[in-house]
Design a protein around this ligand. Structure first.
Ligand code: URA
Ligand code: CA
Length: 432
């Protein structure tokens, strides 16, 4: 291990064997944390070549089980987002893609820091379980075409060790370490192709477009070297994607979209990502044709019906799809009004995510229990004209004090300018 650290310290390229040794040592915890951490910092400072990043990704993938989805007929396309606020694309596109005939066997994650997680959102539906044994997971996808669950089996244990060390050694923000962390887990999840949604902006892991583009390009190159088709889209996180932020609130927005009652940026981004999924799955000639199929599945009600089937199959109460008031409801519901007239010019999306987390929508400590009902519904988007006294958002809080704190944080996170400004785009690039 010392020789490997020494080599990377001087910026030299590591061999496949050296990288495999490191990944295995991380998975088995057979070398001390301080040596793993020293190599992480050397990688953070000196980078890795595409070949090294690919070798690390594959070695981390091979450090544990690889899900076997071969029992599910068809091309399985996975989707992954680097994480955002009000970013509920999975709940919108998984049922739509499944309704259009492509199997969706999805392993999702929990909220992390200021970002929400699909599993937490799904668990706000009364009775629903995301902890399915792998046989049930596969049977459900074969029977109804869609399942969204927590990680099954022992996937990429090397990432578990390394991610925990990176969190406390200031080595999260390393391109090769992010790429290998995300892709090792996605490759171990067993799909045939992957659509990546790389977020950029104030609520994203990469704040600048340049860094987000590099991340997208790096992931696609590693996919090529690993023999797995990957399409990466760079999409905006300069404001929450949907209008609803908070677990049950985001489920409500997804249901409203599938029922044809709501639209906006969350719908647009979901259709775009889903269009690529249907195209990669061989169900649509072009991504645009895939989008048209998904719109049709909204109009016909097939998408909402698919969500109902999924909720029922996972033990949840599907009647939330007919009556969203059956989802958990907050005690205190009140607006946050705008102090001055002007134009919404900027949002600190991370601060908005942290405000929702502090209300109880996310965990502050690993064992915190969530309050599924809390969060807020934004009434404005960047570029909107606003008048003093009109609402910026509606809070859903557990108490008046809880609402007061959130109100102050949300006011501070939304900038009202005195000059008209443009809207921000949903997409910046597609990397194939
Ligand atoms: N998400 C991951 O799973 N890993 C990273 O390194 C960053 C985001
Ligand atoms: Ca290519």
């Amino acid at each position: 291990m010392l020789e490997i650290i020494e080599k990377k310290k001087f910026g030299q390229e590591l061999t496949r064997e050296e990288i495999a040794f490191f990944a295995q040592a991380a998975a088995e915890k057979s070398v001390p944390d301080y040596q793993l951490s020293a190599l992480l910092m050397a990688i953070r400072l000196n980078g890795m070549t595409d070949q090294e990043t690919t070798d690390l990704t594959l070695a981390m993938r091979d450090s544990g089980d690889i899900a076997d989805l071969s029992g599910i007929p068809g091309i399985k396309v996975d989707k992954h987002s680097t994480g955002g606020v009000g970013d509920t694309t999975t709940l919108v596109l998984a049922p739509l893609v499944a309704a259009c005939g492509a199997p969706v066997a999805k392993m999702s994650g929990r909220g992390l820091g200021h970002t929400g997680g699909t599993l937490d959102k799904l668990e706000s539906i009364p009775g629903l379980s995301v902890a399915l044994p792998v046989e049930d997971f596969i049977r459900q996808v074969k029977e109804i075409g869609v399942a969204v669950v927590g990680q099954t089996g022992h996937l990429a244990p090397a990432d578990k060790t390394l991610y925990a060390l990176r969190d406390v050694t200031s080595t999260v923000d390393s391109l090769p370490l992010i790429v290998s962390s995300i892709l090792s887990k996605k490759l171990a999840a067993g799909s045939d192709a992957i659509v990546l949604d790389v977020k950029t902006g104030s609520g994203a892991i990469m704040h600048t477009l340049e860094d987000s583009l590099k991340l997208a390009q790096n992931m696609v190159r590693v996919g090529e070297l690993a023999g797995k088709p990957i399409v990466a889209l760079v999409s905006g996180m300069d404001q929450p994607l949907g209008t609803h932020v908070g677990n049950a609130l985001e489920v409500k927005e997804a249901i409203d979209i599938l029922a044809g009652r709501a639209g906006g940026d969350l719908l647009e981004v979901s259709l775009t990502l889903g269009g690529y999924m249907l195209h990669l799955a061989g169900k649509a000639e072009t991504p645009e044709a895939g989008q048209a199929m998904m719109k049709q599945a909204i109009d016909s009600g097939a998408g909402l019906e698919k969500l109902k089937q999924m909720i029922a199959a996972q033990g949840g109460d599907p009647s939330v799809c007919d009556d969203v008031n059956r989802l958990p409801q907050a005690q205190v519901i009140r607006p946050v009004t705008c102090g001055v007239s002007g134009w919404v010019s900027k949002m600190n999306t991370m601060a908005l995510g942290l405000a929702a987390q502090a209300m109880g929508a996310g965990r502050m400590k690993v064992d915190d229990e969530l309050d599924y009902s809390v969060g807020f519904v934004l009434q404005v988007r960047i570029g909107d004209r606003v008048e003093a006294g009109t609402p910026l958002c509606v809070l859903h809080a557990r108490s008046e004090e809880n609402a007061d704190r959130a109100e102050a944080a949300i006011r501070a996170a939304i900038t009202i300018g005195q000059e008209a400004c443009g809207r921000v785009p949903n997409f910046y690039a597609v990397v194939t």
